[in-house]
Design a protein around this ligand. Structure first.
Ligand code: C2E
Ligand code: MG
Ligand code: MG
Length: 341
């Protein structure tokens, strides 16, 4: 959806609308730099082109002339600093872009060093707490042994293909764990929206699942409602192909996004997870949340879906959710995410 135009001479203008954050322009700039790398043959000559990029960020109130001037100044800077890189006109945005690139690089090397590992949180039967399986939740275990929670790095990974590498790393390790788990215990693994729409994710996930040689119904995959909001042919095809192996899809954080009932009808969904904000609210005595939790359990039951209520912290919440018909529970009452051992 970006717009490319000739600025003059060897200068091109690229208009990038709808960025989440102006710092994300750095990702686009890097893609352009990457695409322009390599030799070009012009007649008998081989040319090694360099690309310099100046970036100016604007809002709906910006004037084109100002943006072009700022981008031009940044471009001159990029050239004088040795070419083949980008410069932001705004230093604050430049700092933010650099910070993100640093995290990006750290995630890349973390993946190489196998620092991303799943921790496991028990999923139990309500209300008595019989263990039925675990959810795998990724942790970044650093050199010093500290474990970083997903909120600190997932948003960065989600802006590039790193999220797919991360999801596959967690899937691979979770499958190894699942092989060691006795009986009918299940493992649920999260899948990001970006992974679902990446063709390589599906192929590689299917290969891992096949190689694991397991009763596939013991593997659950969780997608959030917002992930399937961008549902298209590709996403549905991906979910269908994986479901065809016997792996079961769960709709994560149900009730927080658009809660589109048509997704429950059109996608190969086997289960629904109640978002923990409902559990917290009904625990605090909120009548509406309690009725919604009850109605959603009825909906799931009517559709023959499995149910898991998230964020169960007290006995009272567990008992109430069980009364409403929620079959499984997950939360600190039963156990926090931790290494399986
Ligand atoms: P989620 O899949 O909904 O996972 C549940 C989150 O709720 C986890 O946070 C868990 O630690 C937390 N939680 C569980 N029980 C309780 C409770 O009783 N009280 C409270 N206050 N919190 C509870 P965590 O581990 O920080 O994960 C956050 C989110 O990150 C996950 O939400 C999931 O969407 C995402 N995520 C985690 N691992 C992966 C992964 O491997 N791939 C992808 N794509 N996303 C992941
Ligand atoms: Mg989940
Ligand atoms: Mg959830």
């Amino acid at each position: 959806q970006d717009l490319v135009g000739r600025g003059g001479g060897a200068e091109l203008l690229v208009l990038v609308p709808g960025l989440h954050d102006p710092a994300d322009a750095a990702v686009v700039a890097d893609r352009l730099l990457h695409a322009a790398q390599g030799e070009i043959a012009i007649g008998p000559h081989l040319v090694l082109p360099t690309v310099s990029i100046g970036i100016a960020a604007g809002s709906s109130r910006s004037h084109a002339d100002d943006l072009l001037r700022d981008a031009g100044i940044a471009l001159a800077q990029a050239k004088s600093q040795g070419r083949n890189h980008h410069v932001f006109a705004d230093v604050v945005i430049a700092k933010e872009a650099q910070r993100r690139l640093d995290i990006d690089g750290a995630i890349r090397s973390g993946l190489r060093d196998e620092e991303f590992v799943p921790w496991f949180q028990p999923v139990v039967l309500l209300p008595d707490g019989t263990l039925t399986g675990y959810e795998a939740l990724v942790r970044w275990v650093r050199h010093d042994g500290s474990a970083v929670e997903p909120a600190a790095f997932l948003p960065v990974a989600e802006r590039s293909s790193l999220i797919t590498e991360l999801d596959l790393a967690v899937l691979e390790q979770s499958l190894l764990t699942l092989r060691r788990l006795p009986g009918e215990l299940t493992v649920a693994v999260n899948v990001a929206a970006q992974s679902l729409s990446s063709p390589s994710y599906v192929e590689r996930a299917l290969a891992l699942i096949e190689a694991a040689d397991l009763p596939t119904h013991r593997l659950h995959l969780e997608v959030t409602e917002t992930a399937v909001l961008r549902i298209n042919h590709q996403v549905r095809g991906a979910m269908d192909r994986i479901a065809a192996t016997g792996v079961r899809w769960f709709m994560d954080d149900f009730g927080t996004g658009y809660s589109s009932i048509s997704h429950l009808r059109d996608l190969p969904i086997s289960g629904m997870k109640l978002d923990r904000s409902f559990t917290a609210a009904l625990g605090a005595g909120d009548e509406t949340s309690a009725r919604l939790a009850q109605a959603l359990a009825g909906l799931a039951q009517g559709l023959g879906l499995d149910t898991v209520a998230e964020g169960v912290e007290t006995e009272a919440e567990a008992a109430e959710l069980a009364r409403y018909g929620w079959v499984h529970g997950q939360g600190w009452l039963f156990g926090r995410p931790a290494p399986l051992a």
